[in-house]
Unconditional design. Sequence first.
Length: 150
Amino acid sequence: MRKTDLSEATCPVARSLGEVGDWWSLLIVRDALNGVSRFSDFQRSLGCARNILSARLSKLVEAGVLVTEPASDGSLYHQYRLTEKGKALRVALVALRQWGEAYLFDEEEERLQLVDTKDRKAVAPLEMRAHDGRALTVDEVEVQSTSGAA
């Protein structure tokens, strides 16, 4: 089954999902943000088939989310490194993480925690903010054309 090409969609969510929206790609980015850089380590972490992992890594490189470079240990292998575009996905993954923590886990369930590297305290929940810094609720925002029409 071929995926629909969303690269020309007017919706930024649709375009983003077209670029990195399948779960393997987002889990690869998650692992890369956590320091994974080699094919074998991604495969060990994710448990996905080699052909699927290879295809997703290639797509992420093509999209400019990852780059390949010679292995840091001097071996003949190569490793993957996030670009700035890839690192910028951290915020989206934190939003998904926090949504999952709020709605998909029981309170007593064990889970990994996202902490600030400076003081090792839990990261605060993400919030939408107005141009002046006010916190916004979901009912206080709407989608509008960049030309100003609703």
